[in-house]
Design a protein around this ligand. Structure first.
Ligand SMILES: [Zn+2]
Ligand SMILES: [Zn+2]
Length: 372
């Protein structure tokens, strides 16, 4: 009898069913990952409600190489049994972006513009060999899968926060240029905001301010443990007033939007928290696609640089793994909830604020015993 692989499949908007697929055959140039941890982020909450069906979600994956073709192993420099952090991009490896390790920009991976793009956690399982997501016992890795070795001393659970940490490295260091002496405002203390605190602190930032709502009390507490200097509850304190107070009226060098949804409001708060000239605004366009009264003149007069927060490069992933391996900051305090495969629906709803309380980093462990 063929070996069957249990999976949680999104069969419709906000609907998950447990299903099984046949374990794929591998050839010399492919491999199978035994999934240990699949992290969940805000984009899953949005995509779960979306219209693409028959998706095995789970794009932040860590696992062990279960079996692999010889060529696959030779090409990647791994051996069976290695614990790896898997990027969710499956790139062409030939274009100029791929040569730079910027797989996020490769047309092959761009599911917004290329209907044939395959990304872990986003692609329908109608496409053979079906196992394109982390909410499953196993996942299929073709020749162009991008893996990073999880350093010794880093558990699969900790490596599970590798994706937001890689985004932290990318946005804080590479996009915003935060370094020694920088002052930064991070709006939103979810796992993404907290990882920005870690990378900003590691980079030498002088003043790290992070804001959230009263509901975020626990997250703000963890922000403090990770090295944030000033925490702001926006339900009690005016962010801009507080920023002025702690910067002697000068403002910050960099504002990063990690609110995942505050859109226009976060944009204006971020902009107005910036220093008089030449600040940098890191933005995300997920929720507010456009908005009226775009402050073109204000941006120009303040000589503001706008950078887009969009995923991470290969090197950002490597540095994220090193950051976790250093154990310099207690990032494990952000790992709050683990769910089993039969709880995927609850897990995603919890990240969206409608299930378990006080979630920060939430993951699914497909091999965890079923809850029911
Ligand atoms: Zn994500
Ligand atoms: Zn490419």
């Amino acid at each position: 009898m063929a070996e069957m692989v249990p999976c949680a499949v999104k069969t419709g908007p906000s609907t998950t069913e447990l299903r099984e697929f046949k374990m794929p055959e591998i050839d010399d140039e492919s491999a199978i990952l035994k999934v240990e941890v699949a992290g969940i982020c805000g984009s899953d909450v949005k995509n779960y409600k979306g219209s693409i069906d028959n998706v095995i979600m789970g794009h932040e994956n860590v696992g062990r190489i279960y079996k692999a073709g010889k060529k696959w192993l030779d090409r990647k420099g791994f051996k069976e049994g290695d614990l790896v952090f898997l990027e969710h991009y499956l790139p062409c490896t030939r274009c100029e972006w791929c040569h730079k390790g910027e797989y996020r920009h490769c047309f092959f991976t761009d599911w917004h513009h290329n209907p044939g793009a395959i990304r872990y956690g986003y692609t329908t399982s109608d496409i053979a060999p079906h196992l394109w997501g982390g909410f499953a016992h196993y996942l299929y890795m073709p020749w162009n899968a991008v893996c990073h070795k999880v350093p010794d001393g880093v558990s699969a659970e900790l490596a599970g926060i590798g994706t937001p940490m890689a985004n932290g490295v990318q946005w804080t260091l590479f996009e915003a240029g935060i370094g020694y002496g920088s002052k930064v405002l991070i709006q939103g203390p979810g796992q993404q905001g907290l990882c920005q605190v870690v990378t900003a602190k590691q980079a030498g930032a002088d003043l790290i301010i992070i804001s959230g709502t009263s509901k975020d009390a626990k997250r703000l507490e963890v922000a403090k443990q990770l090295g944030a200097d000033v925490i702001i509850d926006v339900d009690k304190t005016d962010v801009l007033e507080k920023v002025r107070e702690v910067t002697s009226g000068k403002g910050v060098d960099v504002s990063i939007d990690c609110t995942a949804g505050a859109g226009q409001k976060a944009f204006f708060t971020g902009l107005r928290a910036l220093k008089g000239k030449a600040g940098t605004l890191v933005v995300q366009g997920n929720e507010s696609k456009t908005f009226p009264d775009f402050p073109m003149e204000e941006l120009t007069l303040k000589y503001v640089t706008i950078k887009s927060a969009r995923g991470h490069s290969y090197v950002a992933c490597e540095l994220a793994m090193q950051q976790l391996a250093s154990h310099r900051f207690p990032i494990e305090n952000a790992l709050t909830h683990t769910f089993s495969l039969d709880q995927v629906d609850l897990a995603i709803r919890s990240v969206g604020g409608q299930g378990e309380k006080d979630c920060i980093h939430v993951n699914v462990k497909p091999w965890k015993e079923a809850a029911a």
